[in-house]
Design a protein around this ligand. Structure first.
Ligand SMILES: NC(=O)c1ccc[n+]([C@@H]2O[C@H](COP(=O)([O-])OP(=O)(O)OC[C@H]3O[C@@H](n4cnc5c(N)ncnc54)[C@H](OP(=O)(O)O)[C@@H]3O)[C@@H](O)[C@H]2O)c1
Length: 284
């Protein structure tokens, strides 16, 4: 076990959760306010992450946003949002973090705590993701499999372990994973990508069932064919693939803001947990 993971295991192992079959009736207060909460959005240098950060900010949250290799879009987003008339005393911190590298998410959490003066985020949008388009299993190397799993699935688990203790202390939390329609099989990518996103969906549903009484909700948003992103620049890139707009019932690709709308809705709706919401223009 690496030192980083060992530390992470030690930090969280002592926290006990209410059991899902407990006879004790725990009445949770209804609190769907995100104004004044701190939202962590990973991969906010990209299309969907930036839209989620913008929308949570517009709804009154402070932000901790991350990038991996593209610093400028994250810095520009911070500058843009801080200019808004209702910025007030809210903060936006920008963090470099390669979610696939051991210890980086722990460092991110330490930075977040020192910059925002609280142990963790109240909202975690687990969005950073990787998808190298290789569709033929015979061409998918073990290194492609491992890296895709590390970025999309393993890091989602590690980040959730880091996020949960603060949320448990507050008795309030929202975790939203950005999965993919690929989890169901339809994909312009290969089985490695589908497996990583299906893993996220399974983990999310398990956590929602096990932690329902804690005040933390776990949901995932499963987009398909969202253009104006690093993954899919425009509809031209979809031509001849299962995501070709001629196969999409609404006849167009989706936009990052449409994903952000659903993420914010999930953050504001504590009665929803364990749900996977597909945003695909009707594509199955
Ligand atoms: N676009 C779609 O149609 C679509 C469909 C289904 C699911 N998704 C999911 O949506 C999420 C966002 O993707 P997007 O469409 O917005 O594409 P994008 O614009 O390329 O954004 C990807 C983001 O993930 C970050 N990232 C990649 N590898 C990373 C790593 N090792 N460590 C930390 N961050 C990393 C990127 O950071 P840097 O750019 O700074 O390196 C970037 O901010 C991903 O999880 C993706 O799988 C997208």
């Amino acid at each position: 076990m690496s030192n980083a993971i060992e530390r992470l295991t030690n930090i969280t192992a002592s926290i006990s959760l209410p059991t899902s079959n407990s006879n004790q009736i725990m009445s949770q207060p209804i609190d769907n306010e995100i104004k004044g909460k701190l939202a962590l959005v990973t991969g906010a240098s990209g299309g969907i992450g930036a839209a989620c950060a913008r929308d949570l900010w517009a709804n009154g949250a402070s932000l901790a946003i991350t990038y991996n290799s593209n610093k400028a879009p994250a810095d520009d987003l911070r500058t843009e949002l801080l200019k808004s008339s209702d910025a007030g005393t809210r903060k936006i911190s920008v963090h470099q973090c390669d979610v696939a590298k051991p210890g980086e998410l722990e460092r991110l959490y330490a930075e977040l705590a020192s910059e925002h003066g609280q142990k963790g985020a109240d909202i975690a949008v687990v969005n950073a993701g990787f998808g190298k388009r290789i569709t033929n299993i015979l061409e998918i190397g073990l290194d492609d499999w491992d890296y895709t799993m590390d970025v999309n699935l393993r890091s989602s688990f590690v980040l959730t372990k880091l996020a949960v203790p603060h949320m448990l202390e507050r008795g309030w939390g929202r975790v939203v994973y950005i999965s993919s329609i690929a989890a169901q099989g339809t994909s312009i990518n290969g089985c490695h990508y589908s497996a990583s996103k299906a893993g996220v969906q399974g983990m999310c549903k398990n956590l929602a069932a096990k932690m329902g009484k804690t005040g933390i909700t776990f949901n995932d948003v499963a987009p398909a064919m969202i253009t104006e992103t690093g993954m899919i620049r425009d509809e031209e890139m979809l031509k001849g693939t299962p995501g070709d707009v001629k196969n999409i019932p609404v006849g167009r690709s989706g936009r990052p803001q449409e994903c952000a709308n659903v993420v914010t809705m999930l953050c504001r709706t504590g009665y929803m947990t364990g749900q996977s919401i597909t945003i695909s223009g009707g594509l199955k």
